[in-house]
Design a binder for this molecule. Structure first.
Ligand code: TRP
Length: 331
């Protein structure tokens, strides 16, 4: 049986943090070890859906790729590529936009959330409304068998499946209808113990943070007024989240950690946690430091070239299916 192919991606908006690692990167490395073929799209055009400044994107693409490589993504097995340099995505987005209705897009709960987060629904751009259509093109050009994503992306993947099936019905089978594989929701909250870990909330530990920075951040992490350390996600989300981070980074069970630190006090517990996080991130940081910038750029360039070849082939097939190839003219 041919190896299964997956496609997933990220917007290059900043460095990756522990939430990304446990929510998706770890899975990608796992898929790679299982011999699955990976395509990772760096969705740079998608960045401008909610912010128009573009100055940082190029460097973010490079930093993001370093995070991938440091975390164990092997560019021989996993194709890392840049969305904006696959022109076929734009063409396919345009064609797909004909078979999607506006109400269908307006119903998308993730878009609604994102518009709400921007705080000005009357300023929603056409690109914001329609980026899920472009995301369907990101995906379907590469004929993946499955898409591993977090639950916030589920509406987009449903739309993608819908578009693929609809296209196949209208113009004949051109696309694999990909399966959605929901990544076990990364339960990692930020160090505020309230919200999901995220760069914009300033509550994240980045994969590239130094030991000093990790200790500093963990020291300031929110806890509560109870002295004892124990796990109770409902009543004590902040402390429970720190226990979870300890468990994920050390491989120890939460029970085991609690039994050691129950009466140790916050200071000792936090120092041990910072130690655990640092020990976990040190190999990644070391690999990252050893990466040559020119090599990283070459990985991106070659991955994009490989992706272009696949995209070109798929779009040719789409043209044939839709009778836009005009072989009598363009033979
Ligand atoms: N929308 C995704 C995010 O913000 C990024 C993305 C773009 C993506 N294209 C994709 C994810 C295709 C999976 C497949 O995280």
């Amino acid at each position: 049986m041919a190896q299964k192919r997956y496609l997933t991606g990220d917007r290059p908006t900043g460095p990756l943090h522990l939430g990304h690692y446990f929510g998706s990167l770890k899975n990608r490395v796992q898929f790679q070890e299982e011999g699955k073929e990976g395509f990772i799209i760096i969705a740079d055009f998608q960045v401008v859906t909610d912010r128009l400044e573009t100055d940082a994107i190029e460097q973010n693409i490079i930093e993001l790729t370093k995070d991938y490589l440091a975390a164990g993504i092997d560019p021989q097995k996993t194709t890392i590529f840049v969305q904006s340099h696959i022109h076929e995505i734009s063409v396919l987005t345009m064609l797909f936009s004909m078979i999607v209705t506006v109400p269908q897009l307006e119903r998308n709960p993730t878009i609604k959330e994102e518009v709400k987060a921007m705080g000005q629904s009357d300023k929603m751009s056409l690109g914001m409304l329609s980026y899920p259509v472009s995301q369907a093109a990101d995906i379907l050009l590469f004929n993946p068998d499955f898409i591993p994503v977090g639950v916030d992306q589920a509406p987009h993947i449903e739309l993608t499946r819908d578009i693929a099936a609809r296209f196949n019905r209208l113009y004949g089978d051109a696309f694999t209808v990909p399966e959605m594989v929901l990544s076990e929701q990364s339960r990692v909250l930020g160090l505020d113990g309230i919200q999901k870990m995220s760069k914009s909330r300033g509550n994240a530990i980045f994969l590239k943070d130094t030991k000093e920075v990790i200790f500093e951040k963990v020291k300031k992490a929110v806890t509560d007024s109870e002295r004892e350390i124990y796990f109770d996600e409902e009543k004590r989300p902040a402390v429970s989240n720190l226990l979870l981070l300890f468990s994920l980074t050390s491989g120890r069970t939460i029970d085991d950690i609690v039994s050691e630190f129950k009466d140790a006090g916050n200071k000792v517990f936090k120092e041990a946690l910072a130690e655990s996080i640092d020990a976990f991130l040190t190999p990644m940081r070391t690999r990252r430091e050893q990466l040559d910038e020119e090599y990283v750029k070459k990985v991106i360039k070659e991955g994009t070239k490989r992706a272009q070849a696949v995209a070109h082939e798929t779009l040719s097939r789409v043209r044939e299916h839709m009778k836009f190839a005009y072989p009598s003219i363009f033979h």
